[in-house]
Design a protein around this ligand. Structure first.
Ligand SMILES: Cc1cc2nc3c(=O)[nH]c(=O)nc-3n(C[C@H](O)[C@H](O)[C@H](O)COP(=O)(O)OP(=O)(O)OC[C@H]3O[C@@H](n4cnc5c(N)ncnc54)[C@H](O)[C@@H]3O)c2cc1C
Length: 460
């Protein structure tokens, strides 16, 4: 009945069901598991998306939205009684406005395509992370993704000027403005950014573009003390005078794994340091900025802030350095039963807190690997944990070890990946009862039938 209604306005190839779902999946790391769903539909524009939601609303049909399927919190997990809306056919750039420096895009467009198109116009779309070749802008907006350049440009929220969404009952709420300042009452688009598809489906967006930096300088440096990492951050932030664009910290065990076989890249520094920082500046003159980085590293060495350092000398070196940091799959592939974390904590407490957590994890017989790295300047640390065995009880024990200490120090269980299914039970470690109950109230108001991504983030 539902499928017949959908087929009445969608083409045959836009509705997949039964055996047609065999080669579909709910996550890029679970391609071997065939998708279980009532059907999968692929709208080609906002009007079709709206009609799909009107039909689902009339039938009380639960819906899961699939973007690039790269989220790390179970956000796209799907049950056999749910309908999947895949945004893959809404993947066009509608316009690039060079005067207002904006790009108007459909939600299914892949991040890398946006980055490349901006570059053609000598502009930058600054969001950047390992999944850029697969993640879609709609998924990125819905998870308010961060990534490798938040320090300089902010998170996704700061790159969105206009947004169009389709609500649970099929209404189109369109505010595709290109203006930067708008204090005319509630900023409704902010509700949809980061709400992981629980309040509405992003169909289009107006993205803010920035000037394309003309130079990029990166260096790897080594430390043995965490306090020196923080001192070095302050030193580089001051010395680079506004051009610091990346400051990524990698713990020793992760660095070794990222730069030893089976990883395809070698290490730019010896394996002897406890911490490695990949620091990046983006400026306007390559030679001058390279020389400035060189001077600053020499001064940092003299001041004993750092123990060693090496600067990328060519584009090939830049690609090499950033592959080390971006290719997180190398770590995942070395973990059995992998478990992922992206916590936030005050920057001065990262060293000690993580040390205690890692010691406690390594005392557990079931734990084989603990990889730690992160966007330290944003106070955001990632952990990937490999385990000999897998069980819900074990996952919960590890979650408690990592999340419980965050409550007292004012941290967050999610710096960037969101809550999805996997972190829902731990939301109380960083959000008050009053906040969670307000979230539930908003969900009930905007999705009264609890159709959109049901059971994820908060209960409807
Ligand atoms: C290798 C790797 C590295 C990563 N690095 C980072 C990083 O550095 N920083 C970071 O923040 N994240 C990172 N991520 C996770 C990141 O959140 C996702 O990659 C991305 O933001 C999600 O985009 P997606 O299109 O894959 O969304 P999906 O995974 O498909 O969906 C994510 C959530 O959004 C919903 N959704 C999808 N599309 C829409 C839409 N159009 N409207 C409404 N809801 C929608 C889904 O239902 C789901 O709840 C990484 C992931 C991987 C695999």
């Amino acid at each position: 009945m539902l499928i017949e209604s959908l087929k009445s306005f969608l083409d045959k190839g836009q509705v997949l069901s039964g055996m047609e779902l065999k080669d579909r999946y709910h996550h890029i790391w679970k391609m071997e598991e065939s998708l279980q769903a009532v059907a999968l539909v692929m709208p080609r524009n906002t009007e079709e998306l709206s009609k799909i939601m009107k039909t689902c609303y009339a039938h009380g049909q639960k819906v899961v939205i699939h973007g690039g399927l790269t989220n790390l919190v179970g956000g796209t997990e799907t049950h056999k009684d749910e309908l999947v809306i895949s945004m893959e056919k809404m993947n066009k750039i509608q316009s690039v406005d060079l005067m207002s420096r904006t790009m108007t895009v459909e939600a299914g467009l892949i991040l890398q395509d946006i980055q490349e198109q901006a570059k053609v116009h000598d502009l930058l779309f600054p969001l950047n992370f390992g999944a850029k070749g697969t993640a879609q802008i709609g998924g990125i907006i819905s998870t308010n993704a961060g990534g490798l350049r938040v320090l300089r440009y902010g998170v996704t929220r700061h790159q969105i000027l206009g947004l169009e969404v389709v609500t649970a009952d099929g209404q189109i709420i369109s505010s595709m403005k290109k203006i930067i300042k708008d204090n005319s009452a509630y900023d409704i688009k902010q509700l949809f950014i980061g709400s992981e598809g629980t309040l509405g489906i992003v169909s289009r967006a107006v993205l803010k573009l920035s000037s394309l930096p003309k130079s990029r300088v990166s260096a790897f440096v080594g430390f043995n003390e965490y306090a020196k990492v923080v001192d070095f951050l302050k030193f580089m932030d001051g010395g680079l005078a506004g051009t610091l664009s990346g400051f990524e910290l990698i713990w020793q065990e992760s660095f070794i794994a990222m730069t030893s076989p089976p990883a395809l890249v070698k290490a730019p520094l010896g394996h002897d340091y406890r911490y490695y920082v990949l620091v990046e500046s983006m400026g306007s003159k390559q030679e001058r900025d390279q020389a400035l980085m060189q001077d600053l590293l020499e001064e940092a060495l003299e001041k004993k802030l750092i123990l060693d350092g090496t600067i990328a000398q060519s584009q090939a070196d830049l690609d090499w350095f950033w592959t080390i940091r971006e290719d997180v799959h190398v770590l995942v592939s070395q973990c059995n039963n992998d478990q992922h974390f992206d916590i936030s904590l005050p920057i001065n407490l990262i060293g000690d807190t993580l040390e205690k957590i890692v010691v406690e994890l390594k005392l557990m017989e079931e734990v084989e690997k603990v990889f730690v790295f992160g966007h330290v300047a944003d106070g955001n640390i990632h952990l990937i944990i490999g385990k000999r065995v897998q069980s819900d009880a074990l996952i919960h024990r590890i979650n408690e070890i990592i999340y419980a200490p965050l409550k007292d120090i004012g941290g967050s269980v999610s710096a960037e990946h969101g809550i999805g299914l996997h972190k829902k039970a731990y939301l109380h470690y960083c959000r008050s009862e009053a906040e969670i109950s307000m979230m539930r109230m908003i969900k009930k108001t905007m999705d009264p039938k609890n159709l959109l991504n049901r059971g994820k983030v908060v209960d409807g």
